[in-house]
Write a protein that binds this ligand. Structure first.
Ligand code: G4P
Length: 537
């Protein structure tokens, strides 16, 4: 195997998704602990007592009271090189959260066992499904009282519409949590709570399912329940099927407790075997094989103004094929230019470091003097293909931007246009054109604050945002569409996006249906996409 092939086949790049507080950060920390990348838990995200081992640009965001960074962490475990893409949650939730999923080859969905599937998980999950990437489920917090495990499975199957196959099964929960039964090896891993933070990995004690001592160990009642549930799972549950998992049709389910590090290693071991090394990606010249020598990648995220004094940005590149070498020149397809990617950097667990080389599957951050856009392709000189574009995700919050100092019209237009181009916000206008009225749409409300702050601090424009009642948007995909042909529905607003595409804003889903009913043949899409029709509904 060539060195490039070896490097690429050992890579696993996945996004970790969850509703806030389900335990995503805790689980990520425990992965890093097993990978030896950190010594103490609590060092990934800036928690009150932790070491604040976060990248310095995040500190800057923090000073401003806004955190818009999602991080990429790399670590090694068991001869795999793992890239974890964190998807920002809470109020940091933004279009970037969705875009991060474009760069991953699979997703790990963390669910709080006492809550089941929650709103934010559903949103993120939908994007994974569109991409047909494998989805692995970790049902967390089994050391607390949880919902019935069968109920949890049903929740996933009905709410998310994906089949599940159980890899390990919990024995009790909360105070009576005894451990998990590992179905493929027919052993029970017994739960012994270890200190919740610290550097300890879980103590391991295993007992065969047919060992007579098991009943004594877990108690008769739980033993009998386990035997009944085992029979049910063997009889009625879906069996593991690698092809279905790879196609994103079947989600392997694991139970555990990230805080006490229980079930984390089991998960990691199985997951790494079931997930795949970097996948081929579609481009204007067909599928690009990740194992080719030729380097290629695309930008999925642009992070603006890490340092306010310089208008620098960092563009995040997902490498899709071959090997990246810092000293080489490459071709920026959309810019039609040869260039060297300057200051390439990678996050290794807690450090940001400059890299000389990287491989397909890796994510690198590149200094961007303002020439890259989300979705742009970089490839080896001599090649000229573009990767499939990244969809524009439907914003859910809208506001009218009112400029307080009308003298600064030029800066204002420049500011909103640039910020929109980075992908932090989307802007819409009246169909008649011109920037007479600017409506801004965002996926997470925090972006409103970011916009107000940045327009002021970077462009010297004070604005006020008047919230609008709309919560849904649909792009109109009919060719040669003219707004005057549209039979309207109340509580809607007709606008165009920056590229001039027509769309309608709605206050509720019912109105979307009304508009369709009233206008036969109207094609509405939830995503605006650069290439291909697969995103449309
Ligand atoms: P998030 O990134 O998904 O938002 O969740 P995070 O890991 O920050 O976890 C949210 C809270 O849930 C934290 O408690 C964390 O300690 C707790 N937690 C995570 N995994 C488990 C688990 O397996 N069992 C139990 N019992 N709790 C778990 P916190 O009090 O909000 O924060 P902290 O002060 O403990 O750090």
């Amino acid at each position: 195997m060539s060195d490039i092939t070896e490097q690429i086949t050992k890579r696993r790049t996945f996004a970790i998704i969850s509703h806030p507080d389900a335990g995503k950060t805790t689980l990520t920390e425990k992965f890093l602990l097993y990978g030896g990348a950190i010594n103490t838990a609590g060092s990934v995200k800036g928690k009150a007592t932790s070491k604040h081992a976060v990248s310095d640009w995040m500190e800057i965001e923090k000073e401003r009271g806004i955190s818009v960074t999602s991080s990429v962490l790399q670590f090694n475990y068991d001869n795999y090189c793992i890239n974890i893409l964190d998807t920002p949650g809470h109020q940091d939730f933004s279009e970037d959260t969705y875009r991060t999923l474009m760069a991953a080859d699979s997703a790990v969905m963390v669910i709080d066992g006492s809550k089941g599937v929650e709103a934010q998980t559903i949103k993120l999950f939908k994007v994974c499904v569109m991409r047909h990437i494998p989805i692995f489920t970790f049902i967390n917090k089994m050391d607390r009282e949880s919902k019935d495990p069968f109920e949890l499975l049903e929740d996933i199957e009905t709410v998310l519409g994906i089949k599940t196959c159980v890899i390990n099964w919990p024995i009790g929960c909360g105070k009576s949590f005894k451990g998990v039964y590992e179905r493929d090896r027919d052993v029970v891993s017994l739960f012994h709570a270890v200190s919740t933070g610290g550097s300890k990995k879980a103590a391991k004690e295993e007992i065969a399912i047919d060992d007579p001592a098991l009943k004594e160990e877990i108690g008769e009642e739980l033993y009998n329940t386990l035997m009944d549930e085992k029979e049910l799972l063997d009889g009625a549950g879906d069996e593991f099927d690698q092809e279905k998992v790879s196609a994103g049709e079947l989600s392997p389910v694991f139970f555990g407790s990230a805080l006490t590090t229980f079930g984390v290693e089991t998960f990691l071991k199985h997951f790494l075997k079931m997930t795949r090394s970097p996948l081929p990606r579609m481009s204007s010249e067909g599928l690009i094989d990740p194992l080719t020598e030729d380097f290629s990648g695309f930008f999925f995220k642009i992070q603006a103004n890490m340092n306010k004094a310089h208008r620098d940005r960092i563009a995040f590149l997902r490498i899709c094929s071959g090997k990246f070498e810092a000293q080489n020149e490459y071709f920026h397809v959309q810019g039609n230019k040869k260039l060297r990617l300057s200051q390439p950097q990678q996050l290794m667990a807690s450090d940001r470091k400059v890299v000389d080389e990287a491989y397909a599957g890796d994510i690198i951050g590149i200094f961007d003097p303002g020439i890259f856009s989300i979705g742009d392709t970089i490839c080896t000189i001599g090649k000229k293909f573009a990767f499939e574009g990244i969809p524009t995700f439907a914003p859910e919050h809208f506001a009218r931007v009112v400029q307080l100092d009308t003298m600064k019209r030029k800066q204002f237009i420049k500011g909103v246009s640039q910020i929109a181009q980075e992908g932090a916000i989307q802007i819409f206008q009246e169909p008649s054109g011109g920037m007479t009225e600017v409506i801004v749409g965002v996926v997470g409300v925090l972006q409103f604050e970011v916009l107000t702050y940045r327009l002021d601090s970077e462009y010297g424009c004070k604005v006020r945002l008047d919230p609008l009642p709309y919560g849904y948007v649909r792009w109109i995909k009919n060719e040669n569409f003219d707004f005057s042909d549209l039979k309207p529905v109340s509580d809607t607003k007709k606008v165009i996006d920056l590229k001039g595409n027509p769309l309608v804003l709605f206050t509720n889903e019912w109105n979307i249906k009304m508009l369709k009913d009233r206008n036969e043949g109207l094609i509405l899409a939830e995503y605006s996409h650069k290439q291909g029709e697969e995103w449309e509904r």
